[in-house]
Every structure is written in structure tokens, then in C-alpha cells.
Design a protein around this ligand. Structure first.
Ligand code: SF4
Length: 506
């Protein structure tokens, strides 16, 4: 059990996140109370617990845990950011000493570690300076500082090339899948066995059409950088509805002038020649065919309902249809897989030579079917080391085969959520095959108009694109439930009407 006793609610989120990074499978108890109470309480606490005491004052911070005590005194009254950064560094040093372990990502607990590095690079810092900054400011390991800088450098190069601050991107969500994978953390609806699937999809696509029309008007005259149709599994739509969706997109957006038009064809069992031809003639430039693993036993365990051979077949079909930019997603830490199984997946994927591939670390919701099955079977949690080894294997494979890391993100570390404390996802691509949308959405440097149930739009405030200033992002969310989205489409559009440089609309 981990207890945090603090005399203030300041920086609670950051403190919790860092403590959970050191103790990945616990949800710490947070007690906010006056100093005297804390001291009295401290004496009464059992030694079996890890009790962390944090005393925050205007110009000083003191942290105690077990027999380690550290203090920081500011010369002047610090601003919020400086205070938070020093607090995290101090807490990190205390916990590093108490646990005897260092964290690869140091004090960084956020989802987008490369964002900090991109800012520096766009402001003119060299790669060496950025690496140094990541290590000194956040205590990142050499390995992670190197990875982060390499990713940031590629992202900055692409962002500059596309003139990111002038354009906008569009995301369209298709929240349907053939069946639900047992580890799924999205709110996707399985169409298999759904009696009203046809009617529901038809109504959903018409609602999407209304929202597309509105976005077209709202962004009239602005350059469209990229379109991304994700999900769910967009290719679960039958040929008639896939064609209708592509027609809607083409009639509302200038697809030809966009730098990229991606459609996730994630589940190989949803792909056929006719659908690929529809996508191709609609101007789709990039698709994803996602194996997740090339081991059939694991596919069965995770409820994917397709085989590795089906992945190979779908991939070859896509090549035959003329797609010259195909991504493949794989997951490290699935099922009972060990490093040999993961190596087998990498080998099979390498035979196909995709243009890019993304490696995810498995994150499993507490309530997921996957976790229930695993726990019932008594399958133990993976050590972070196994997943870490897998991620290193993928990086090595990428390097040997001409891929470079170009975007990355970390999963939010919620207690009990992850099977691994490593929690990072990295996209690798061959030169010129990077997904622009992936970079735009990660870096939050361009407005993304998101259409569909559960879609979250981000309006990026105008700012000096190359400055080091924090950018302002105004969010706008659509309702998640598909039925509600359809019924309340006019309200979703009205929300977008109010989506300006004012306040977030949810
Ligand atoms: S394909 Fe993706 S979105 Fe669909 S159920 Fe599987 S994990 Fe979830």
C-alpha cells in the first residue's frame, strides 16, 4: 500500500502520476491535510506501507519517505511550472533512493514526451542540446532521450514541410468492428450478430455526412492537410456503405490536394478486392492492415477471429490494388507471448515489407474480457522487462530494415490499467512514408476537426509557430453513443458552431 500525505492539493495529478510510475500496480491513497496532522498521523502509520510525506510551502518543498528526506529551497517565489518541475525532480530523487530503481522516462509521466523536444527543435536547438535537455531536466535515460530526440527531429522536419500552422486535418470515426477484441479499450460496436446493423450504419453514415458538410463550410478557404478515417474498423462497412462514405468525403473535401488520406483497414478479415478498389478510386493514399501478432494461438486468445495467413492475404491484396503506403500495427506483451513469439511476428512482418509499422505496448482495462480470461487462467502479469525487451527488439529490427521512428506516445498510467510499466508506442516508417496525421494529432500543432461518435476535435490557437510558447488547444467532443450521436447530430453541429477560440465545448 502506498500513502501520500500532503499539506496541499497543489500538483496532485503530477505527484500521483510519478508515484504510480514507481509503483505501477498500485493506486496510492492521497491524504491532504495540515502539517501537524500529517506529522501526528505519520507517527501512527504502519511500517508495512510506503508512506510519502510532502510539505509544500511558497519557497520550499520537503519530501520524506522511509529514511530518505530531501528539501529544495527556491531563491525567489517560483512560477507554477518551475515549482512543479522542481517538485517532480525532488520526488523522483527520493523515490529513486527508496526503491533503488531509475525510470527510463525519468520525471516524464505525460502522454506526449516528444512534444517537449519538438518545441526545442522548432526553436532552433540542436539534437545534442535537446538530448541534454531531456536528460538534465527530466532525468530521461540515454536511450529514451535518444529515441525522443530522433522522433522529434523527424516530426519537426515534416511539420515544417507541410506548413502545419496554415492548414487543418480531418478525422472521421467509424465505431464499428466485426467483433470486439478482448483487450479493446475503445467503445466500438461489434456488428456480428447485430440484427439492425445495416439500418444503424446507414443512419450513422448520413449523420457523418451532415457533420462533414458543416466542417467543409467552417473551414472554407483553409488548406486541408490530411484526412484520417479510423475506428473501430472502417472496412467493416460493406461495399455499399464504404462507397457512400467515400463519396461523402470526396464531395465535401478537396481530397486531391490533401497531403495524405488514410483509412484504417485494421482487421484483415474485413478486406476484399472490391473494398480496396473503392478506397483506391476515392483517392486513399495510405491504409493500415494490422496483424497485432502473427501467432494464431494468440489471435484466438484475443478474439481477433482471423489468422496470420489472412493478414498476409489481405496485405498482398492491398499491394495488388496499388497501395504503396501500408502500415502494420503490432502489440508487445499480448497473451502468453514471450520474446520468441514476438520475434516470430517481427520476422513474418518483415517478409511483407510494410512501409511503416507501429509497435504498441499492451494496455488492458481492468474490466476487459481479456483481463478476466487471463485472471481466470492464472496467467501472471508480464514483467516490464519482457515488454521492454520486445520494444528493443522492434527498434533493432527497424534500424536493420531501414525504418526510422517518427512518432510516439505513452499510454496514460492509470493504476491497475497496464500489464506493463513500460507503456510506450512507437511508429517507424521508411523515408517519406510517415503518417502526417499521426504527427499532427500527437504534437497538437494543427487544428483537427473530428467527425463522428466520440470524436474529439482540437482547435489550435494561432501562435508563432516556431516559438517556444505553450500552444492553446480548444477541445470539442461529440457524444460517444452511436444512437445518441445520430439523434443529436444537429446539436453536435451546433456545438461545433460554438467551437471557437473561446472555451472548450463538451
Ligand atoms: S479492431 Fe481495434 S477497435 Fe476493433 S475491437 Fe479490436 S481493438 Fe477494438
Amino acid at each position: 500500500m502506498v500513502n501520500i500525505y500532503c499539506n496541499s492539493d497543489r500538483c496532485e495529478y503530477d505527484i500521483r502520476a510519478l508515484v504510480m510510475a514507481f509503483f505501477p500496480y498500485t493506486a496510492p491513497d492521497y491524504h491532504i491535510s495540515e502539517e501537524n496532522y500529517i506529522k501526528n498521523h505519520a507517527e501512527a502509520c504502519s511500517n508495512e506501507n510506503t508512506d510519502i510525506y510532502i510539505f509544500m510551502h511558497e519557497r520550499s518543498i520537503c519530501i520524506e519517505c522511509k529514511d530518505v528526506k530531501k528539501e529544495y529551497i527556491f531563491e525567489d517565489i517560483p512560477d507554477t511550472k518551475k515549482y512543479r518541475d522542481e517538485l517532480k525532480r525532488l520526488l523522483y530523487k527520493v523515490l529513486e533512493e527508496v526503491t533503488g530503481r531509475a525510470l527510463m522516462w525519468g520525471t516524464l509521466t505525460g502522454v506526449r514526451p516528444a512534444k517537449l523536444a519538438v518545441k526545442r527543435i522548432l526553436s532552433g536547438y540542436s539534437d545534442e542540446q535537446v538530448k541534454d535537455y531531456m536528460k538534465k531536466e527530466f532525468f530521461c535515460s540515454d536511450e529514451k532521450a535518444e529515441l525522443c530526440t530522433e522522433v522529434a527531429s523527424k516530426e519537426a522536419e515534416i511539420l515544417k514541410k507541410i506548413g502545419f500552422y496554415k492548414g487543418y486535418s480531418v478525422y472521421i470515426g467509424i465505431p464499428f468492428c466485426p467483433t470486439v477484441c478482448t483487450y479493446c479499450s475503445f467503445s466500438s460496436m461489434p456488428v456480428a450478430g447485430m440484427s439492425n446493423a445495416d439500418e444503424l450504419i446507414a443512419r450513422y453514415i448520413e449523420a457523418l455526412g451532415k457533420e462533414c458538410e458543416y466542417i467543409k463550410k467552417k473551414f472554407y478557404g483553409q488548406k486541408l492537410t490530411s484526412i484520417y478515417v479510423g475506428g473501430g474498423t472502417p472496412t467493416v462497412l460493406n461495399e455499399k456503405y464504404l462507397k457512400r462514405l467515400m463519396d461523402i468525403i470526396n464531395s465535401n473535401f478537396d481530397v486531391k490536394s490533401a497531403e495524405e488520406f488514410t483509412v484504417e483497414a485494421g482487421r484483415p478479415d474485413t478486406i476484399n478486392e472490391e473494398k480496396l478498389a473503392i478506397l483506391k478510386s476515392a483517392g486513399v493514399t495510405r491504409i493500415s492492415v494490422n496483424p497485432q501478432t502473427m501467432n494464431d494461438n494468440t489471435l484466438l486468445l484475443i478474439g481477433r477471429k482471423h489468422t496470420a495467413e489472412q493478414t498476409v492475404y489481405a496485405y498482398n491484396l492491398a499491394r495488388k490494388a496499388g497501395f504503396d503506403n501500408i502500415n502494420m500495427d503490432i502489440i508487445a506483451g499480448l497473451g502468453t507471448e514471450n520474446t520468441d513469439d514476438f520475434s516470430y511476428t517481427l520476422e513474418r512482418v518483415s517478409e511483407l515489407e510494410p512501409d511503416s509499422f507501429t509497435v504498441h505496448s499492451l494496455v488492458v482495462k481492468r474490466a476487459s474480457e481479456y483481463r478476466r480470461i487471463r485472471e481466470a487462467d492464472g496467467i501472471k502479469k508480464y514483467s516490464g522487462q519482457t515488454v521492454s525487451q520486445m520494444l528493443n527488439m522492434a527498434m533493432e529490427y527497424a534500424g536493420k530494415n531501414g525504418y526510422k521512428p517518427y512518432y510516439m506516445y505513452r499510454q496514460k498510467n492509470k493504476a491497475g490499467l497496464s500489464e506493463s510499466p513500460v507503456l510506450e508506442n512507437v511508429g517507424y516508417a521508411k523515408e517519406g512514408k510517415e503518417s502526417i496525421y499521426n504527427i499532427v494529432i500527437m504534437e497538437e500543432r494543427q487544428t483537427v476537426a473530428a467527425i463522428g461518435a466520440g470524436a474529439q476535435s482540437k482547435l489550435v490557437k494561432p501562435y508563432d509557430p516556431y516559438s517556444d510558447e505553450v500552444t492553446g488547444v480548444i477541445r470539442n467532443s461529440n457524444v460517444k453513443n452511436v444512437y445518441e450521436y445520430i439523434d443529436r447530430i444537429d446539436e453536435m453541429i451546433e456545438r461545433k458552431e460554438r467551437w471557437t477560440y473561446g472555451q472548450s465545448v463538451n
